[in-house]
Design a protein around this ligand. Sequence first.
Ligand code: ZN
Length: 71
Amino acid sequence: MPIFDFKCRQCGHSFDIMIPNADKDKVRCPECGAPHPTQLLSSFNTARPGPGVSKPAPDGCSGCAAAGTGG
Ligand SMILES: [Zn+2]
């Protein structure tokens, strides 16, 4: 179940809550009970390249690895 971050438009209280995606409209501020708080974008919820994304292997020249230093 995803965790959503909200900020109350009434009192400014920010909170996160774990709810199904379909229940986001039912969220109320736990402090003042105001409905429809502003949804904040969670840092872990935004699209970004994660560790699962593998980069293509660099196409290095085989000669570089074989060649030693100095010289
Ligand atoms: Zn509130």
